[in-house]
Design a protein around this ligand. Structure first.
Ligand SMILES: Nc1ncnc2c1ncn2[C@@H]1O[C@H](COP(=O)(O)OP(=O)(O)O)[C@@H](O)[C@H]1O
Ligand SMILES: [Mg+2]
Length: 194
C-alpha cells in the first residue's frame, strides 16, 4: 500500500480512539505528561518554546502554556495563514489572548510580532500518531514538516500525545520530519539524543 493510504487509515483510526477517551481521563493524562516534561533538561533549559493550543480531543497543552509562562520562557505559537501556506510563528505574551482561526483552531493574532523558526529552542510537536523511531503522523497538511524544515534542525523536537498514539510503525516519506523525543502521560521516549 502507498504510504499516503496507510496514513489516511491510521489517521481515521487514531482520531476515533482519541475522540472516544472519557473526559475525566483526559485531564489526568495531561497532568501526568506535564509532570514528566517539566523534569526534562531540554524543557528546563529552553528559553524560547514553540507550543500550540490543543483543540478538540487532543492531549491538552494548557498546563504547559501556564508553566512556560510562569517559568518566564518566551512562548511562540504557530499561526496558519491558509491551507496551502506555511505557518508563521508569533510571540504570545498572554496565551489567553488567542483568536479562533477559520479552521476553529486557537491562534495568535497576525499583529503579534513574528519569530524565526531558527530562534526556537524547543518545539512541542502535535501529532495524530508517532512511532518509537520518531516518525510522525500529522493532520495531513504537512504544516509541521514545513515548519520544522525551516527551523534547520535547530530546536529540540518534542512530540506530544496520549500513550495509544505511539504505534508500532508510521510510514515515512522523504518530506516527513521526525521528532527527537515523545512525551506521553506514562513516559518520555528518547528517539535521538541532541
Ligand atoms: N517541506 C515541504 N515542502 C513542500 N511540501 C511539503 C513539505 N512537507 C510536506 N509537504 C506536503 O504536505 C502534504 C502532507 O504531508 P503529510 O506528511 O502527508 O502530512 P502530515 O505530516 O500532516 O501527516 C504532502 O502532500 C507533502 O508533499
Ligand atoms: Mg508528514
Amino acid at each position: 500500500m502507498h504510504p499516503q493510504d496507510v496514513k489516511i487509515i491510521l489517521r481515521e483510526k487514531l482520531k476515533a480512539q482519541r475522540d472516544a477517551l472519557p473526559v475525566a481521563e483526559r485531564k489526568l493524562a495531561a497532568d501526568k505528561a506535564l509532570g514528566l516534561i517539566l523534569q526534562m533538561p531540554e524543557w528546563k533549559r529552553a528559553q524560547t518554546v514553540c507550543l500550540y493550543a490543543s483543540f478538540k480531543s487532543e492531549l491538552a497543552t494548557s498546563g504547559l502554556l501556564e508553566s512556560a509562562l510562569r517559568a518566564g520562557k518566551k512562548i511562540v505559537l504557530p499561526r496558519v495563514a491558509d491551507k496551502n501556506q506555511r505557518c508563521t510563528l508569533h510571540h504570545v505574551a498572554n496565551p489567553a489572548s488567542l483568536v479562533l482561526s477559520n479552521l476553529g483552531i486557537p491562534e495568535p493574532a497576525a499583529t503579534l510580532p513574528t519569530v524565526e523558526p531558527t530562534a526556537v529552542d524547543l518545539f512541542l510537536v502535535p501529532g495524530i500518531g508517532f512511532d518509537r523511531e520518531g516518525n510522525r503522523l500529522g493532520h495531513g497538511a504537512g504544516f509541521y514538516d514545513r515548519l520544522l524544515a525551516s527551523a534547520q534542525s535547530k530546536g529540540f523536537r518534542l512530540g506530544y500525545g496520549y500513550d495509544f498514539q505511539v504505534v508500532p510503525a508510521i510510514p515515512s516519506e522523504s518530506h516527513d520530519i521526525g521528532v527527537d523525543a515523545i512525551a506521553t502521560p506514562s513516559e518520555i521516549i528518547t528517539v535521538r539524543p541532541r
